[in-house]
Design a protein around this ligand. Structure first.
Ligand code: F6P
Length: 361
């Protein structure tokens, strides 16, 4: 057994689930147990469960199927303890004080948080409160700054790409325009990557406001050149040029009042502008479900296992990120409250444009 600065470690998953979470838990626990003799406490249902004192032991024998299992065995919520003003029923304390209480009660020496932007922001705040915290980058949205990899993204892009590919054949058979709505409220990485890989004609992203006239032009030019169908990939957060001028509150209100999804709205707009029969498929949570692909399995294993090494060395207050083909630990506060969005000059956007894909701008 190698030396370790910690003995007992809490683990929690927070935010939207993502393929690879269980593989990361497995990598962490097996390395921690086998190499350093650590003990792991699985905190259930994210920060919400931490506040309420919900936990289970995580042992070697629980790790058997985790490499391939989708979702998270620990459960997840989108709880933000630093924003929760309620007293927690079980403790009568504030959300943050309840967490501190259970951290102490369970004898934790450290906490590993597997989460996205919001969850790692909270992890940083808990670290400021004196807890020994390490964050791991999980999100299908790929929107954590300073990392080229977040587990779940690769699998989600694979799922979306496969779905787009399938839509091609039915679009061709019926000479239709097909709109496929993919996840990504704030950022368009899934739309961009699956749109390119799935051979879309049009890709609409939150970062590049569209004008329906430009989309109609592209679809009509497809027709003129003998292509009887068109494929349009739309991120959940896509917006037109007028909407992009609204402030956050007004935009949210307009979306709430829209009465349909953005994909359905774009399909209607295309049909009105071109007169062509248009259908919409919303992929939704399919993109987060099921087993991680091979890439997410081995990368999540590497991240989990490396987190155990960081714990053993007592390197806390960090999130592990992927930079220049290796894992490095950077301060949690460096990623707090930021979003990695698709830049207009992103090479993938430029390559897509050069190969004929329209972004509606
Ligand atoms: O986890 C990120 C994400 O999948 C976004 O892409 C999507 O907009 C959102 O979660 C959906 O969240 P929920 O499952 O809470 O509806």
């Amino acid at each position: 057994m190698r030396d370790s600065k910690v003995k007992t470690v809490g683990v929690l998953t927070s935010g939207g689930d993502a393929p690879g979470l269980n593989a990361a838990i497995r990598g962490l626990c097996l390395t921690g147990i086998n190499e350093y003799g650590m003990k792991f406490v699985g905190i259930q249902n994210g920060y919400k469960g931490f506040e309420a004192g919900q936990c289970i032991p995580l042992k070697s024998e629980d790790m058997d199927n985790l490499l391939v299992q989708g979702g998270t065995i620990l459960g997840s919520t989108r709880e933000k303890p630093f924003k929760n003003q309620d007293k927690i029923e079980k403790t009568g304390l504030s959300a943050v004080d309840s967490i501190k209480k259970f951290y102490k009660k369970w004898g934790l020496d450290a906490l590993v948080v597997l989460g996205g932007n919001g969850s790692n922001t909270t992890a940083g705040l808990l670290s400021d409160e004196g807890l020994n915290v390490i964050g791991l980058p999980k999100t299908i949205d790929n929107d954590i700054v300073h990392t080229d990899y977040t587990f779940g993204f690769h699998t989600a892009v694979d799922i979306a790409t496969e779905a787009i590919e399938k839509i091609h054949t039915t679009a061709f058979s019926h000479s239709r325009v097909m709109v496929i709505e993919v996840m990504g409220h704030k950022v368009g990485w899934i739309g961009l990557c699956s749109g390119i890989a799935g051979k879309a004609d049009v890709i609409l992203l939150p970062e590049i406001p569209y004008d329906i006239k430009n989309i109609a032009k592209k679809i009509e030019s497809n027709k003129k050149t003998g292509k009887n169908y068109s494929i349009v990939v739309v991120s959940e957060g896509a917006q037109n040029k007028e909407e992009s001028k609204l402030d956050k509150k007004a935009f949210k209100k307009a979306r709430a009042e829209m009465g349909c999804s953005i994909g359905e709205r774009v399909a209607k707009e295309i049909q009105e502008a071109t007169g062509l029969e248009t259908r919409c498929t919303v992929l939704g949570h399919l993109q987060r479900g099921g087993s991680p692909d091979a890439f997410d399995r081995y990368m999540a294993t590497l991240f989990g296992s490396t987190a155990a090494d960081y714990l053993a060395r007592g390197e806390f207050g960090k999130i592990l990120v992927w930079q220049n083909n290796q894992i490095t630990g950077i301060p949690l506060r460096d990623v707090a409250s930021q979003v990695k969005s698709v830049k207009k000059d992103e090479p993938l956007v430029e390559a897509a444009k050069k190969t004929g894909i329209c972004f509606g701008d």
